[in-house]
Design a protein around this ligand. Structure first.
Ligand SMILES: Cc1ncc(COP(=O)(O)O)c(C=O)c1O
Length: 400
């Protein structure tokens, strides 16, 4: 075993070292200007981001979680004073469901497609029929792969409700039409949490929209609903993108495409190494047997997966043991997500049983994310793949 190799789940230090002169200069320029909240550095970044995402309006805010709150406030009339339902996936980061509840709305959790881990449109259709006051649909583009946006937008239209795209993990992801995600729904929401493909030096987020009225509402709501200064027609929040984050993100945005490509190369390396051992992709259920590992299925071009996470699937009984084994070999991994939202204690009053969303439950027990960041070396990639192939192969032979 090559003892000298460690592979963290994510290591951002090489990225910073490579860009240090540019980033340090951008930070210093903000410090020199002493203009820290919104202002020209933020507007420049918003314009650059709008161009990258192919959207007319991009409004920075304090986090991806706040972006969700602002989006719901902007497109669901009457919040937080109405009682309404929002359909979203259960298998996602907490912020998706949390934002809905924080505004007094009720999350209605949909199950996922086990192939892509994204919200299943057929289940959304069923739930939408059962809702008595559906006010929005909130899909997530999980792990950096687009959900079935065509189907979900059609459902939004059919039920007369806005679709908000949680694109926190998916900047640069393209959907089945080849369109940038976050641009076809009423609002797209983004996170620049450091672990995202475009990550800041702290918390940061953004909303995108093609509707100028929605953009105006977002612009006002992120500063306490204030327009003009010290006059409030509506109650907003304090959620502004600060200039230091915008400066860092602006430098990094110029390199984002090359990082996506590196992540795709790393994913292709893993795919090939696991396939050589007999693994197939997630279109074949793990219960069907064969080598007990499923690689992530990526929708074909013009769709584009940006691999914010590279998530494999192994049988439930093996997952936690594999994670422990990787830890012993100094290989980082993570479980996204061990407890789907419909099973979270804070949502117990919604009355879900774990089995109500069987695919979400199963994914929470069988999936594990591997290191995929752009700066991984060939040696590190090989170490991860070899370690997994050997362990899964041995474990399968023992279990057989
Ligand atoms: C799907 C999803 N939605 C929302 C968020 C919230 O973003 P933030 O951490 O910037 O608040 C995240 C962050 O991890 C996320 O993954």
């Amino acid at each position: 075993m090559p003892d000298h190799i460690t592979v963290p789940l994510l290591d951002l230090k090489p990225q910073y070292q490579a860009l240090k002169p540019e980033i340090d200069a951008a930070i210093q320029a903000v410090v020199d200007s002493q203009y820290f909240i919104l202002g020209p550095t933020v507007s420049d970044f918003e314009a650059k981001c709008a161009q990258y995402c192919n959207t007319p309006h991009a409004l920075g805010c304090a986090s991806g979680s706040d972006a969700l709150l602002l989006a719901l406030m902007a497109v669901v009339p009457g919040v937080p004073k109405i009682d309404g339902q929002v359909i979203c996936p259960s298998y996602t980061f907490f912020a998706t469901g949390g934002a809905i509840s924080r505004l007094g709305l009720t999350p209605v959790y949909a199950d996922i497609d086990p192939v892509t881990y994204n919200m299943c449109p057929e289940h959304v259709a069923e739930l939408a029929e059962q809702c008595d006051n559906l006010v929005a649909i909130l899909p997530v583009h999980l792990y950096g792969q687009a959900c079935d946006l065509d189907a979900i937008l059609a459902l939004g239209e059919q039920h007369g409700v806005p679709v908000i795209e949680d694109a926190a993990q998916a900047i640069g992801t393209r959907d089945a039409q080849g369109e940038m995600v976050g641009t076809r729904g009423a609002v797209g929401t983004w996170s620049f949490f450091p672990s995202k493909n475009l990550g800041g030096f702290g918390d940061a987020g953004l909303c995108s929209t093609s509707d100028p009225d929605v953009a105006e509402r977002l612009r006002i709501d992120r500063v306490h609903g204030m327009e003009p200064k010290y006059y409030h027609k509506q109650i907003g929040v304090n959620s502004r993108l600060d200039a230091l984050q915008a400066a860092v993100l602006s430098v990094k945005l110029d390199h984002l495409e090359s990082w996506h490509e590196a992540r795709q190369r790393n994913a292709a390396f893993y795919d090939k190494a696991f396939a050589a051992a007999g693994a197939v992709d997630s279109r074949t259920p793990i219960a069907e047997g064969g080598f007990p590992l499923r690689t992530p299925y990526a929708n074909p071009a013009p769709a584009r997966h940006i691999y914010n996470q590279y998530v494999i699937r192994v049988p439930e009984g093996m997952r936690d043991e594999l994670r422990a084994h990787l830890g012993e070999r100094k290989i980082g991994s993570e479980i996204y997500y061990p407890v789907p939202l419909h099973m979270q204690e804070c949502f117990a009053d919604l009355g879900y049983a774990p089995e109500d969303l069987p695919e979400s439950l199963l994914a929470s027990r069988e999936t594990i994310a591997l290191p995929i960041y752009p700066d991984l070396t060939q040696e590190q990639l090989e170490h991860v793949a070899d370690t997994i192939v050997t362990w899964v192969g041995e474990r399968a032979a023992v279990g057989a």
